[in-house]
Design a protein around this ligand. Structure first.
Ligand code: HEC
Length: 110
């Protein structure tokens, strides 16, 4: 028979083992977005006003209907290889992180 304390420990460990997995998925997408993308695209994905002069408002808005309609593969390629004035981020991100950043970016559009 397990005592109440033992059950509390078992439950506590279970929660701790589960939580970091869900945090990590959401967390590294956001962390990498904030680090590598927000300087141009802004935390909300609408484009950093200070950068729109150099790049254009439309180019920096990645939460637009236009961007939402584009395929994940195509957007992933822009993130990895860059395009036009957008720098490539492929070297800074693992495959998994690239997908997480894309997912995080998509979540901003909702
Ligand atoms: C130096 C500024 C800058 C940084 C940093 C930057 N971008 Fe961009 N991004 C741009 C510009 C400028 C464009 C438009 C490119 C073009 O004209 O083809 C763009 C385009 C895009 C597009 C294509 C949108 C579309 O509808 O075709 C996506 C997706 C995107 N960026 C995501 C990201 C993500 C994710 C990051 C971080 C990993 C990032 N960008 C970092 C400047 C930047």
């Amino acid at each position: 028979m397990l005592t109440k304390t033992a059950w509390a420990i078992v439950l506590g460990l279970g929660v701790m083992a589960y939580a970091p997995i869900s945090f990590a998925a959401e967390g590294s997408g956001k962390a990498n977005y904030d680090k590598l993308c927000a300087s141009c695209h802004a935390a909300d994905g609408k484009g950093n006003p200070a950068m729109t002069k150099a790049f254009g408002e439309k180019a920096l808005n990645i939460v637009s209907k236009e961007t939402a309609a584009k395929k994940d593969d195509e957007m992933l390629k822009v993130i990895v290889d860059g395009r036009g004035k957008m720098p490539a981020s492929g070297k800074s991100l693992s495959k998994q992180e690239q997908t997480q950043v894309l997912q995080y970016m998509r979540s901003l559009a909702k």
